[in-house]
Ligand binder design. Structure first.
Ligand code: PRP
Ligand code: URA
Length: 209
């Protein structure tokens, strides 16, 4: 079974509370999504393997450490996932970025695919699937399935707000995918919105309704 990590870092929790506040406008909300994305990836990359390289400082030769292993790809689920990309690229500027377009049908709440453009060398990269919300889990499940169908082997899922239903859905269908959250909320409401949640993340980022 995959692991579920919930980040309790005070900065992440503080910024998340500001995002949840209905009086927070799009400009601030967008900035907070970006910042929380950066902070979460800073924590997630804590255990990346290092390797030694020989370098020369202005003073002497030395053995330094650099990140070893596979390269990364960030794959936001459109639209709302886009809000997290810039903050992650600030830490990992060499990552490639793929895009998966999905929207939730308002009646069935099932994901509908409308776009997919991914790096070709998926199998050689660690993939970060990013989306602020993990509600029923349908969108993240569909995105991960699309990535695996195209050769991706190592995938993690990074969301800001999840709930038990969404976590269970991903663990059932993709037990190999670790899930990273800033919060795991109480439940879904009758419209499959997360409670207490933060509302519609895409609408709040882009100022639509
Ligand atoms: C939201 C959110 C997730 C999805 C989560 O996107 O950004 O992608 O819903 O719900 P689920 O876990 O039940 O699938 P939405 O469909 O509203 O599209 P948007 O990002 O374009 O607003
Ligand atoms: N999508 C959102 O943006 N918010 C929710 O609470 C559920 C799905």
């Amino acid at each position: 079974m995959s692991k579920v990590v919930i980040f309790d870092h005070p900065l992440i929790q503080h910024k998340l509370t500001m995002m949840r506040d209905k009086n927070t406008g799009s400009l601030t909300f967008r900035e907070l999504v970006k910042e929380v994305g950066t902070l979460m990836v800073y924590e997630i990359t804590r255990d990346l393997p290092l390797e030694d390289i020989e370098i020369e400082t202005p003073v002497t030769k030395m053995t330094g450490k650099v990140i070893a292993g596979k390269k990364l790809a960030i794959v936001p689920i459109l639209r709302a996932g886009l809000g997290m990309v810039e903050g992650i690229l600030e830490l990992i500027p060499a990552a490639k970025v793929g895009h998966i377009g999905l929207y939730r049908d308002p009646v069935t709440h099932k994901p509908v695919e409308y776009f997919c453009k991914l790096p070709q060398d998926l199998a050689d990269r660690d993939i970060f699937v990013v989306d602020p919300m993990l509600a029923t889990g349908g969108s993240a499940e569909a995105a991960i399935t699309m990535l695996k169908d195209k050769g991706a082997k190592k995938i993690i899922l990074i969301c800001l707000v999840g709930c038990p239903e969404g976590v269970a859905f991903i663990q059932k269908h993709h037990p190999d995918v670790d899930i990273y959250l800033a919060a795991c909320d109480e439940k879904l409401d009758e419209n499959c919105y997360i409670v207490p949640g933060l509302g519609d993340a895409g609408d709040r980022i882009f100022g639509t309704k």
